[in-house]
Write a protein that binds this ligand. Sequence first.
Ligand code: SAM
Length: 171
Amino acid sequence: MAVLRIGHRLVRDDRVTTHAALVSRAFGAERIYMTGIDQSVKDTVNAVGKRWGGNFEVEIIEDWKGVARAWKKSGGKIAHLTMYGINIDDAIEKVRKEEKLLVIIGAEKVPREAYELADYNIAVGNQPHSEIAALAIFLDRVFSGKQLKKEVAGGQLRIVPSEKGKQVEKI
Ligand code: SAM
């Protein structure tokens, strides 16, 4: 599972962009392709991976259409998250069966080609909200919540879940 985020509004801060990557990572995607970002976002996400584990990758791209077309050519399917799409509940059974999925989210108005390249245009409700909220709910539905209990190998730290306070182990 990979995520492709189209666009990066300069008036927004890098935090929103970093959150799109961190949510992709924490909710079960293996990689995010992003256009228009600088190296600092990638460095921040890589630093998180070094501390907390996993092999999540941020790839900075210029040609999102090239990435999407190559994805389809290699047999993958595309789900584009948009308020104009089919309700997630009506599509999720079919989407869950896809072996290789690219999820497209927008940072701003998404070009028409994304709607056309998509095998599924999916709405997390038909009200406008946020690509990060839409992505989190989409990934949670695809993985049925199981990604939240997955052990992540290869980090320096591990949290010991506790009812009170913070307990962290060095690995
Ligand atoms: N008018 C835009 C649209 O087509 O969804 C809203 C732009 S919003 C600032 C940025 C991104 O958030 C969109 O490209 C889409 O990926 C996601 N998004 C916002 N609301 C959504 C919804 N209700 N369902 C699915 N995705 C949504």
